[in-house]
Structures are given as C-alpha cells and as structure tokens.
Design a protein around this ligand. Structure first.
Ligand SMILES: Cc1ncc(COP(=O)(O)O)c(C=O)c1O
Length: 469
C-alpha cells in the first residue's frame, strides 16, 4: 500500500471552504473526483480522519462521513487497523483519466524529465502565506520594487542558500529573477556587453542553455564531460572565458563533479579572468547523503550561482535567484531593471513568508520522501522488466540515466516501440554530441512527477512492447 506522504490533500481544500451546509457533500465530491481522475491513485493510503480534519480545518465528523460514504460506493476501502485507502475498483477509471492528464494525445506514461510532481504544491500553506502578506504588507511596498527584489526575500533566500547549499550568500548581491532561465539571460547580456561572444556548455547538457544564450547574442560551444566533470584540456583549448555548469548533479548525466575538477574549473576561471554560471537546478534533492555544497562557496567572485523554485515548488511560479560576483553586480542589476523593473512584489513577499515560516524546508522534506520512493520504484521496475540495465549517476534529483543493454535495442526500434505503447522516453543522444556505436540504449528517465505505480507500469509497458513482458 502506498503511503499518504505523496497524496495531495490540498485538492480537498476548496471543498473545505464551501458554506457549512454544503461542506459535507462538497468534500465527498472532491474526494470522489480525486480518485476518479487519478490524482489519488489506487493504493494511496488516506490520512486518519482526525489528521485530515485538522489539515482541512473541518469537523472530524464530516471526514468520517465522507470516508464511510466513499467506502460504501467502492472508491475507498477500509480495514480496522490498516486504515483507509483508495480501492482497486477505481483503478480502471483512474488509468483512463491519467492517460488524459498526461497531456499529449497517445501518451499514457510520460517519462520525459524536467517536471516535479505539481500535485505536491503546498496549496494550503501557500494560501496562508498569501493571506498573511496581503493583510500586513504596508502600502509603500506595493510601489516599484528594488530591481534586485524585496529585501525580505533576499535576506530569507540568502540565509536559506547559505544553510542548505553552502553558498556565500550576501543579500546585497542576490538578484531575484524569474528562474534560472532569466538568470542565464541576465548574465548572458552582461557578458556579451563585456565582449564575450561564446559561452561553454556541458556536453551532454541542457539544450535550453544554448537557446537562452543565443537570445543574448552569444554562441555556445559544447565542452566534453567525463565521469568527474568538464575535461580540463578541451576547456582550456576552447578559448571561451565563460561556462555554464551543473556540478552538484550534472544535467543530464547525473554525475556529481569531483573535488579536483571543481578546483580545476576555478583555477581556469582565474587564469583566463573568466566566469562560471553554476546552475543548481535540482541541488536540493539527494537521497543517499546530504547534498554536496555548491561550487560558488569556493569562489564567489568567479562563480555566479543560479537556482529557482521550479523543482521544489512549481516551474509556473517563475521565481528564482542569481547570486552575482561583485564585479558584475551593477551591470546585472541594471539589466534586470531595464528588462522588467523587477519581479512581482506579492509573489516575492509570499515566498519570503513561506521560507521564513519554515514552509520551504517542510516542502523539500515532503518531496524528498516522495521522490526517493519513486526512484526506488523505477530501479526495481528496470531490474525486473529490463534486466541488465545499468543506472548511472548519483541518487539525486528528478531523473536517472539508464543504459539498457544492446539486446533490447537497437535504440531507434526501442524508442519507437515504447512510443507505440504510449510511453514517452528521451534518449541521452538528444542532449549532446556523443553517438556511441555499442548498440546500448541510453535513456534520460524523469520519474518524480509519476506515482510509483505509474513508474512501474511504464517500464512494464516498454518491456511488453519489446516482447519481453
Ligand atoms: C538544466 C536546467 N536548468 C534549469 C532549469 C530550470 O529553469 P527555470 O528555473 O528557469 O525554470 C531546467 C528546467 O528544466 C533545467 O533542466
């Protein structure tokens, strides 16, 4: 039975806010709809009536009534001692609804990486922070903000990043922006104005980096990686004086850069009077040990550090940050000012409230639990259905690299069969220039947005499509 940690009880909040006379019925409808739509998957354990009533701010009697009603209807099952969980009878409806929810016609299970589980967004805590901000924010705070962002948010983020990621975080040097994407373009424009014409990117790496820098007039140069990080020889030979890297959990290979390569990169940056943009896109999630601290902590004058809430809360919030070396600060801030005069004040104030009240840490703990469980489910499914598959990279983030033996290939056939079975997968080749000829299928599998049962189903469907089920 699956634990309740991954369920999205916030789904029920609108019902809990219904007028008292309709509240009981609204709660039952919302719960029924959550099961039907697949938001609450078969096997998901429900919280105790006492806990859910407290979370939703409704009477326990209403929750008990809803559980009893839905149990009678077959949506839920309950057992004295084992509690209440989503029943298997709803499974057929659940699967159909999830197929629709996958978004792209024909896709049943979408393993493409990049998205967290959006149903884990902490709606009730966010709503509370919003209410609190609207109540107490003084009128003058609604004027044009400092283009760097609200002081309260910059202070909260500086403390958070110093504590969680080991960065040297001076609130004066922190620029709130709309994600790593804007952080990259801010820095790109500044480098371009300083005479840079090319930026190095990791190979394999995120194609998005290339597109973002292109929008600032900068070309990008692929720089090869090995299992320790960027190879120093090609980096030195490239002639670039700026690179963007993902050292904590390299995207997409999943390695963590070795200490030697981190030091070598900083030596290089000092030698060429260059800069490093550290994209810490998913640095908070590590499942086997504490995350390795950010590179920026080793040399804040050479490393600009970028992060966002896109993986921890939701990419749609478009909220992120850039910690800027002193020498570039004025130019970056002026760019931010001329771009949009600063990020929306209310969003910033809500995030500040959420961070300072401990909501952000709680959210990370909650996601960490859910994602670790999903990663375990993926590894188990690969071992069972595609035996011989090797998973590489550290136990971290929202995706893994899986190398499926040539016997299941060739890669084009493998991907085509998976697609026919309704399973969307990305191959590692889409992220770089390497084209190994060994016949193995190298996959970048995103798992965090999928329930463990969907992860298992997806891998089983691929194996069946290959005639290996
Ligand atoms: C490597 C990498 N960096 C950064 C991001 C996130 O960018 P943003 O913070 O602008 O949402 C992504 C998005 O998936 C990514 O894959």
């Amino acid at each position: 039975m699956r634990s309740q940690g991954q369920a999205a009880w916030e789904l029920l909040l609108p019902a809990a806010g219904a007028p008292p006379r309709r509240r009981g019925r609204a709660l039952q409808e919302a719960l029924r709809e959550a099961v039907r739509s697949g938001r609450l998957a078969a096997g998901t354990r429900l919280p105790s009536t006492r806990a859910l009533a407290a979370d939703l701010g409704v009477s326990r009697g209403l929750v008990t009534e809803a559980y009893e009603q839905l149990t009678a209807e077959g949506y839920l099952r309950s057992d004295r001692g084992a509690g209440t969980w989503v029943g298997g009878a709803a499974r057929a409806a659940t699967r159909g609804a999830r197929d629709l929810a996958a978004g792209t016609p024909g896709i049943r299970i979408d393993f493409r990486p990049g998205t967290p589980d959006l149903s884990l967004f902490p709606r009730s805590a966010w709503a509370a922070a919003q209410r609190s901000v609207l109540t107490r924010l003084p009128h003058p705070s609604l004027g044009y903000p400092d283009p760097r962002g609200l002081p309260a948010l910059r202070e909260a983020l500086a403390a958070l990043l110093a504590r969680r990621r080991g960065v040297v975080a001076d609130p004066e040097r922190l620029v709130v922006c709309s994600g790593v994407a804007q952080a990259s373009t801010l820095l790109g424009f500044v480098l371009r104005a300083r005479g840079h014409d090319r930026v190095g990117i990791e190979d394999p790496g995120s194609p998005e980096h290339g597109r973002l820098f292109a929008s600032t007039g900068l070309d990008t140069v692929w720089l090869p990686l090995d299992e320790d990080g960027l190879r120093p020889g090609p980096l030195a030979d490239s002639g670039v004086r700026a690179v963007v890297v993902t050292p904590s959990h390299q995207f997409p290979s999943g390695i963590s850069w070795s200490a030697e390569r981190r030091a070598a990169l900083l030596d290089w940056a000092r030698a060429v009077d260059g800069y490093v943009l550290e994209d810490d896109y998913d640095g908070d999630f590590r499942y086997d040990r504490a995350p390795v601290g950010a590179l920026q902590g080793l040399d804040p004058e050479r490393v600009a550090y970028a992060g966002s809430v896109s993986k921890s809360l939701a990419p749609g919030l478009r909220l992120g940050w850039l910690l800027v070396p002193e020498a570039l600060l004025d130019e970056v801030v002026e760019r931010k000012r001329t771009m949009d005069l600063g990020n929306p004040v209310l969003d910033q104030a809500v995030l500040a409230e959420f961070v300072t009240r401990g909501g952000y840490d709680r959210q990370l703990r909650r996601c960490q639990r859910a994602y670790r469980e999903r990663r375990d489910a993926l590894l188990a499914a690969l071992a069972e259905h595609l035996p011989g598959t090797r998973v590489s990279g550290i136990a971290a983030g929202l995706h893994v690299i899986a190398r499926v033996p040539a016997g299941f290939g060739p890669p084009e056939r493998f991907l085509a069969r998976a697609a026919e079975a309704g399973v969307a997968l990305r191959s590692l080749e889409e992220y770089g220039t390497a084209r190994p000829a060994d016949g193995d299928v190298r996959l970048v599998i995103g798992y965090a947005h999928l329930a463990p049962s969907a992860v298992t189903t997806g891998i089983r469907l691929v194996a069946e499509a290959l005639g290996r089920g």
